[in-house]
Write a protein that binds this ligand. Structure first.
Ligand code: PLP
Length: 456
């Protein structure tokens, strides 16, 4: 076999890839027919592919490369940590400086009394931790009946058995006989898709009150927790009406239900604050973190829990952990990422420069004949593609067909935007500059024009 390097022709790399590499969320038929896009390098907000295209990454990888690509400081820290202590675990009363320092830093940044971190390798396994944590919490508190966790339809919490169950993606549930028992889903606050004649405010309230109805149906002595993303990401960047979160918080408080905010996307600046919970004005008992924690440079995630939850769990041995919980290299890189974010004022950049500038340009896309709704919060946004610009309207073509065409036209114009059905979504690196936002918008508009021409 020849050495497999960037120097091999794209077609050869694609053939080897299709022969041996199984991809997430990809069909083998697509790989065989078209091959995968081969990304070879990245710098700032740009990716380079094996054909030499410079592609503006409007998704920050998978919503994670918040400080942009190619930061030397992170490479240096990783190399130093590998030389000093490449691995040790945090089981059985052992620790190391990177895990200590990162946990302390997260506690400092996190709102309220969320002062304790249980590390994982990403968001999915952190959410699996959460399932065991909240059920153990109620067991220890003498309420073992509280087992049910309520999530949302179309929510996304990861791909493990537990995290897929918490999520509400029906196509994922269909594979593997999920959800696991004692997980229930209420509707998502997606006014554009389902609001009907109701005002967004009333719709938001009604969606939140589904939580109360579910609690009353099951009985509050059986419900352990509610989990949701402050802003649904993979579901299509669904920004809830303003009435939604205050009502959810009221219900969780009233019935003693733990609130888990899945901050895997929203955390670390994405919504214009360090955490989406701050943007939405909620007080979670547990936050799931990953992605932006290390800007995707190392796989690391975790559960950040309140003083009270930690005190209860600390009163027993929590029989749970991952070989890579608090991995020293991942922790050191994450800590350096957070140092850079603070030193360079990345969250302030989102609040005062990039966020407002992107908002102005993004909402201006509403004049496009294919765009029904534009939504944006901080640096995550969506466009509802529409046949007639009316709320709730759907295309004659099967759902997702036009969105798929638009995604492909984005690629053809050297822009990564994702589609969720017929919704286009963006989540660029937080450090993106106004000039780069101009390029993003110019390419998005061109892709929309080309999609419109094909959709007619
Ligand atoms: N939670 C949310 C909100 C996510 O968006 C994701 C991934 O996109 C996850 C959890 C899963 O994280 P991971 O892919 O790191 O396991």
């Amino acid at each position: 076999m020849p050495a497999i390097t960037n120097h091999l022709p794209t077609a050869e790399l694609q053939a080897l890839d299709a022969a041996h590499h199984m991809h997430p969320f990809t069909t083998g038929a697509d790989l065989a027919a078209k091959g995968a896009r081969v990304i070879t390098r990245a710098k700032g907000v740009y990716l380079t592919d094996s054909e030499g295209h410079e592609i503006l990454d409007g998704m920050a990888g998978l919503w994670c490369v918040n400080i942009g690509y190619g930061r030397e400081e992170l490479a240096e820290v990783a190399a130093r940590q590998i030389r000093e202590l490449p691995y040790y675990n945090t089981f059985f009363q052992t620790t190391h400086v990177p895990a200590i320092a990162l946990a302390a830093k997260i506690a400092e940044l996190a709102p309220g009394d969320l002062n304790h971190v249980f590390f994982a390798s990403g968001g999915s396994d952190a959410n699996d931790t959460n399932i065991r944590m909240v059920r153990t919490y109620w067991d220890v508190k003498g309420k073992p009946g509280k087992k049910i966790i309520i999530g949302r339809k179309n929510g996304y919490h990861g791909s493990t058995v537990g995290a897929t169950s918490l999520g509400g993606m029906s196509a994922m549930h269909a594979q593997g006989g999920l959800p696991i028992p004692d997980i229930h889903h209420i509707n998502e606050p997606n006014w554009w898709a389902a609001g009907g004649e109701t005002s967004p405010e009333d719709f938001g309230l009604a969606c939140a009150q589904e939580l109360e109805q579910a609690i009353l149906e099951f009985g509050e002595d059986r419900v352990a927790a509610f989990i949701a993303e402050p802003v649904q990401g993979a579901g299509g960047v669904i920004i809830p009406p303003e009435t939604y979160w205050p009502e959810i918080q009221r219900i969780c408080d009233k019935y003693e239900i733990l609130l888990i905010a899945d901050e895997v996307i929203c955390g670390f600046g994405r919504t214009g604050n360090w955490f989406g919970s701050q943007t939405m004005g909620i007080r979670p008992d547990i936050m799931t973190i990953a992605k932006g924690l290390s800007s995707g440079y190392q796989p690391i995630g975790g559960s950040v829990v309140s003083d009270e939850v930690a005190a209860v769990l600390d009163s027993v041995e929590f029989n749970h952990g991952y070989t890579y919980s608090g991995h020293p290299v991942a922790a050191a890189v994450a800590l350096e990422n957070l140092r850079i974010m603070e030193e360079e004022g990345v969250v302030e950049h989102v609040q005062t420069v990039a966020g407002p500038y992107l908002a102005e340009k993004w909402h201006a896309l509403a004049d496009h004949p294919l765009v029904g709704e534009t939504k944006l919060i901080g640096m995550m946004g969506s466009l509802a593609l529409s046949p007639n610009k009316e709320p709730h309207a759907t295309f004659a073509a099967e759902a997702g067909t036009i969105g798929y065409i638009c995604r492909e036209r984005c690629f053809a114009n050297n822009l990564v935007m994702r589609h969720v059905g017929d919704r286009m979504i963006i989540s660029p690196p937080l450090v993106i500059a106004p000039e780069e936002i101009d390029i993003l918008i110019e390419r998005a508009r061109k892709a929309l024009d080309e999609t419109y021409a094909r959709a007619k």
